[in-house]
Design a protein around this ligand. Structure first.
Ligand code: FAD
Ligand code: UDP
Length: 362
């Protein structure tokens, strides 16, 4: 007999399990369908001894001291600020768009931030209200930069045009008037010193927590006795696709080890042209700071089938999700949380913050 049955050992399920076990002395069973813990944040050493993020680069960044302090219970940190370059027609430009991007793209040599601001104002097409991911970018930087850096990358990533996606998708990327080339500007930007999987192992190493891997929850649900359930898997699957399938975007990773110390000049290069099928190339050793003779890269090919990675933020999907949300309310014994169960494009820190907030209300 368990107090909590938790489906999924990603951030949502693991933080729930850890808090219930350590703070409320509850007996917890985690059921995970994959053969490992840590969900999409899972990392492991490949056969060349390089720590790789199996489900794409996971960069921890947050402004929440509460989230940072909580995770610090289970890991030391390594300072790391992510930098991304866009490969546009064979040339590299900083992303987010900043002064360097603009000067290089338009062949200018503007220096003052005010000049950049005024230049972008002269390029921007005013859109009001901001309805979608095209509006939010064109409204700030105009059509040329939008078409170069956002239009094709977004189509490849989501198989939708930017004007079919909520503004919050491309709106994740700011526009800068200075030379700041960091991808994020959050107060806390670190990577877990020994990797994410190690951090999860410490989190889940508690006498009140049992973990069963390689198991879909539907296989065991009738054989386990529990008081309450926490569900962090895809919401449509929980309800047997009652209202139809919610689309999730997935990625196929192509891995390559190269007999050189480094492959590219930064951790991530985004390929923003439509002529190249993949979206980004990640060189994993930048993320861990590892020094080694060879280097491992992954190329990302987004597609529709396979492991659900990204909820797709569009108006149509929001409406479909709201039907499932109505079903959730009837399930008094289950808490739904995390990126798949809430169908929200959450970052890791948001998932941790949400779980801590749910727990503080119990
Ligand atoms: P998940 O990590 O998906 O965990 C859910 C778990 O439930 C999975 O392990 C799954 O196997 C399991 N499960 C599902 N169905 C069942 C079932 N039927 N039975 C049993 N188990 C089941 N966030 C950042 O903050 N920074 C980043 O740089 C970043 N990069 C990302 C890059 C990629 C390519 C992706 C896909 C995501 C990225 N994220 C990033 C987001 C981050 O992965 C999520 O915010 C976080 O992992 C969500 O945790 P979760 O527990 O909600 O979901
Ligand atoms: N994006 C883009 N070009 C870029 C980087 C991002 O068009 O060079 C758009 C794209 O739609 C992407 C979204 O902005 O899905 C959010 O980017 P982010 O890097 O946050 O995506 P994630 O890391 O979650 O895949």
């Amino acid at each position: 007999m368990y107090d909590y049955l938790i489906i999924g050992a990603g951030f949502a399920g693991s933080v729930m399990a850890e808090r219930f076990a350590s703070q409320f002395n509850k007996k917890v069973l985690i059921v995970e369908k994959r053969n490992h813990i840590a969900g999409n944040a899972y990392d492991e050493y490949d056969e060349h001894g390089i720590l790789v993020h199996k489900y794409g680069p996971h960069i921890f960044h947050t402004n929440s001291k509460q989230v940072f302090d909580y995770l610090s219970l289970f890991t030391e940190w390594r300072f790391y600020e992510h930098k991304v370059l866009a490969n546009y027609r064979g040339e590299l430009f900083p992303i987010p768009i900043n002064r360097i991007t603009i000067n290089k793209f338009f062949g200018l040599s503007l220096t003052a931030e005010e000049e950049i601001k005024n230049f972008l104002l002269s390029k921007a097409e005013k859109r009001y209200p901001i309805m979608n991911s095209e509006d939010i970018i064109v409204n700030q930087v105009g059509r040329e930069l939008f078409e170069a850096f956002f239009k094709n990358y977004t189509k490849k990533q989501w198989n939708l045009e930017p004007n079919e996606l909520a503004p919050t998708v491309c709106g994740r990327i700011p526009v800068r008037f200075n030379d700041d080339c960091r991808y994020f500007t959050d107060k806390y930007q670190f990577m877990p010193k020994d990797g994410y999987t190690k951090m999860f192992e410490r989190m889940l190493n508690h006498k009140n927590i049992e973990i069963v891997l390689n198991t879909d929850f539907k296989k065991i649900i009738n054989d386990v006795k529990f008081e309450k359930m926490i569900y962090t898997g895809p919401i449509d699957y929980y309800f047997d696709y009652l209202h139809g399938k919610l689309p999730y975007r997935s990625i196929r990773f192509e891995w390559e080890n190269i007999e050189e110390a480094n492959y590219q000049s930064t951790a991530q290069v985004n390929f923003v042209d439509s002529s190249i099928d993949y979206t980004r190339v990640v060189e994993h050793k930048y993320l861990s700071g590892e020094i080694s003779k060879t280097t491992t890269i992954s190329r990302e090919y987004p597609h529709n089938n396979g492991e659900p990675f990204y909820p797709i933020p569009s108006e149509m999907n929001r409406k479909l999700y709201s039907k499932y949300k109505e079903e959730q309310v009837k399930e008094k014994n289950t808490i739904f949380c995390g990126r798949l169960a809430e169908y929200q494009y959450y970052n890791m820190d948001q998932v941790v913050g949400n779980v801590l907030s749910i727990l503080s209300k119990l």
